[in-house]
Ligand binder design. Structure first.
Ligand code: ADP
Ligand code: MG
Length: 271
């Protein structure tokens, strides 16, 4: 059993205060949904948890089973058991998925003997074409294929905690169902149940991936927490009741703006 404890976490981006004291505790097997309007700080939270460059933590702590997460570089956070599914998965020309996963498993001290069988098995489970396994990571894949690919990586690496930053963006209904169902299965795994922070605009993701708790993030703060019924309230009433003056216009991927682009390769390698 593992616990991820986020305490009073504050952070700035480009000198602008974005996170304003986030408190959240997630244990193995629990699914916590974080919902909020555009610009609330959802992706910033995922970036700060994972250690993406350019984000400055100005207060608070993140603890994973006694380890000070914020003191570690991104790759050590991953090795310690944190995994991020990015809102916009990065394309990595020249590096295949099986090579990436082989390196990642080796860095975790795990065997790669059965990697091929595992990949074939997981690809079939998630509806991901096996031929993509040997192709450059995410290059020329559709939005849905990228998210299936990300979900496959999650299933192979078996981290303790997964942060899903809008797993549902750019996905068709079938891919959404396959991906969210697989994550839900992992959260119910008898041996090593995955803890999940699922960031999303829409309650649709939460039809297969059943949240234990739902939190509403507005202006870098959790303003309301509740059970799964809170997602239904949001679906019905929108964010207005929780964020009267926030930009709660119908959110689309396009509305996320030009800033929300895939990380550059420089970003990736400096992590
Ligand atoms: P969400 O994921 O909830 O839509 P984000 O975390 O992406 O929100 O963004 C929160 C706020 O931080 C927005 O106002 C956004 O413009 C700002 N922001 C995020 N990243 C950067 C950045 N790299 N440079 C400048 N501002 C940023
Ligand atoms: Mg976002």
């Amino acid at each position: 059993m593992s616990t991820l404890t986020i305490s009073d976490l504050s952070a700035t981006v480009a000198g602008k205060q974005i996170l304003n004291g986030i408190d959240l505790t997630v244990s193995s097997g629990e699914v916590h949904a974080i919902m909020g309007p555009n610009g609330a700080g959802k992706s910033t939270l995922s970036a700060v948890l994972m250690g993406k460059p350019g984000y400055e933590v100005t207060g608070g702590s993140v603890d994973l089973d006694g380890t000070d997460v914020l003191a570690l570089p991104a790759w050590r956070r991953a090795a310690a058991g944190l995994h991020l599914i990015m809102q916009y998965p990065t394309e990595v020309p020249g590096v295949s998925l099986d090579a990436v996963l082989g390196e990642a498993l080796t860095a975790r001290g795990r065997s790669t003997d059965n990697l091929h069988e595992l990949l074939v098995d997981e690809a079939a489970r998630i509806g991901f074409e096996e031929r993509f396994v040997h192709r450059p990571l995410n290059v020329d894949l559709s939005g849905g294929e990228k998210k299936r690919n990300e979900t496959l990586q999650l299933a192979v690496l078996q981290p303790k905690f997964a942060i899903l930053d809008e797993l549902d963006s750019g996905l068709d209904i079938d891919a959404l169902r396959d991906c969210s169902r697989r994550v839900e299965e992992m959260s119910n795994d008898a041996d090593q149940p995955l803890g999940v922070i699922a960031i999303t605009h829409y309650s649709r993701l939460l039809e297969e991936l059943r949240p234990d708790r739902v939190h509403i993030l507005v202006k870098g703060r959790i303003v309301e927490s509740g059970g799964p019924e809170l997602a239904d309230v949001l679906e019905r009433d929108g964010y207005t009741a929780f964020a009267p003056d926030a930009d709660v216009a119908e959110s689309t991927d396009a509305a996320a703006g030009p800033r929300a682009q895939p990380a550059s390769l420089d970003d990736l390698f400096s992590m």
